[in-house]
Design a protein around this ligand. Structure first.
Ligand code: FDA
Length: 392
């Protein structure tokens, strides 16, 4: 039987950050993970360059039953705090777009920084070690591991969500919560490509690889980012963003040329080049393959000059508000995150401690806090890990 002060379950972004903070306070910390390497999702994130935070971090960039829950931790450990850490480690970075900060070099620099900080804080790391049941015992907790039983005063659960099971994601953290009667909200894949029925795929498939700067919306929520046609349906940042809001049966609205008066444009083209085909005019606004498809779908085969005002208006309306009804998503296999998780009502927003189980903490993606695409999820991992690390 081994004993320590704090056990951190999961060596991902949130777990490593919590461990560093607890270790710096002089706590004896043990981090356990079944993966062969720590921070695997950091390594592959942001196309290998890790979008490690977003300078526009605010409550409205997060989903969950209570999006304001995240505020306390996000305000106490901010994007600027993490940037200062990255700067101190000599890691060069740049803002790509929309406040998203990426490493200039490889994401492994962030993993290396965290591993170095853990070592300096005296944290012990057990990789390739399975986890079994976690129980309450006198004076703390006891967890079954592949290296035997371990006891500690405090346990921080940082085992993440269910996305990308191939990389070691499991529902372990949710099971731990349930075993302590801590509620878990419904979980579902988020930041994930959306899939379509065969009849839609018939016309979508030839467009695979086509991307455009569109606007995708659902009710009052909308995102102006890239949309990408794939063999399975739609992907790209705007689609991943809306996937977090979409539910089965709902239609999404795609504006192919946001901010553009398409009817006005087509009328002007009709005047200036009446003998041109609709696809030629649309090709000035959209990728050629898409322009051809829209012409086909509109059933137009004559030149612009033969098109009535009514026809132009209806084509423009379709381009500005194309209603598409996904049938599902690609699921956890490709989802970047898991929506839902440990119910925030059961946690103290300042410390991440379970209200009903003193000494038990939940941080990072396992909690029902899900950020938009763009560095928000890592910022939540750093902030929530930091918060628990101050007290555990
Ligand atoms: P995380 O999943 O990182 O860590 C959990 C750890 O627990 C893992 O090491 C796992 O092996 C371990 N574990 C799980 N079950 C276990 C068990 N049963 N026994 C033992 N160990 C167990 N976000 C962002 O802000 N910017 C970005 O650029 C990206 N990019 C990105 C790309 C891709 C492809 C994905 C899949 C995700 C992203 N994300 C992202 C999301 C981001 O990776 C995610 O939100 C954080 O990694 C969550 O950090 P956690 O530490 O909570 O979980």
């Amino acid at each position: 039987m081994q004993k320590t002060d704090v056990i951190v379950l999961g060596a991902g972004a949130a777990g490593m950050f919590a461990a560093i903070e607890a270790g710096r306070r002089g706590r004896k910390v043990l981090v356990i993970d079944h993966a062969k390497a720590a921070g695997e999702k950091i390594r592959i994130s942001g196309g290998g360059r890790c979008n490690f935070t977003n300078i526009h971090t605010a409550a409205d960039r997060f989903l969950g039953r209570n999006p304001r829950f995240a505020l306390s931790a996000l305000r106490r450990y901010t994007a600027q705090d993490f940037i200062a850490r990255v700067d101190a480690a000599g890691i060069a970075w740049h803002e790509k777009a929309l406040g998203q900060l990426f490493c200039d070099g490889l994401a492994t620099q962030i993993v290396a920084m965290l591993l170095r900080d853990m070592a300096e804080a005296g944290v012990t790391l057990w990789l390739d070690t399975s986890l079994g049941a976690l129980r309450r015992v006198a004076g703390g907790f006891e967890v079954e591991t592949g290296r035997g039983l371990v006891r500690a005063e405090a346990v921080i659960v940082a085992t993440g969500g269910k996305s990308i099971p191939k990389m070691g994601a499991t529902g372990y953290g949710y099971k731990v919560a349930e075993s302590f009667d801590i509620p878990v909200t419904e979980t579902r894949p988020a930041l994930v490509p959306l899939t379509f029925a065969e009849q839609e795929l018939d016309w979508m498939k030839p467009l695979a690889g086509v991307s455009l700067a569109g606007r995708v919306s659902l009710g009052r929520v909308g995102f102006d980012e890239a949309v990408l046609f794939t063999h399975r349906g739609l992907s790209g940042p705007a689609i991943l963003q809306i996937s977090s809001y979409w539910r089965e049966g709902e239609a999404i609205t795609l504006d192919l040329v946001p901010g553009r008066d398409v009817a006005g444009f087509l009328l002007a083209e009709k005047q200036a080049a009446g003998r041109a085909a609709l696809r030629t005019a649309l090709g000035k606004l959209l990728p050629e393959k898409l322009a051809r498809l829209l012409e086909q779908r509109a059933g137009v085969d004559g030149p612009l000059a033969e098109m009535s005002r009514q026809k132009i208006d209806s084509i423009a309306a379709g381009i500005g508000a194309w209603q598409l009804r996904p049938v599902g998503s690609e699921g956890y296999r490709t989802a970047e995150v898991t929506l839902g998780g440990v119910d925030t009502d059961a946690l103290d927003g300042r410390t991440m401690q379970a209200r009903a189980v003193p000494g038990l903490y939940f941080v990072g993606e396992v909690v029902d806090v899900t950020g938009w695409l763009g560095g928000y999820n890592f910022q939540w991992a750093w902030s929530s890990g930091w918060a628990a690390g101050q007290v555990a």
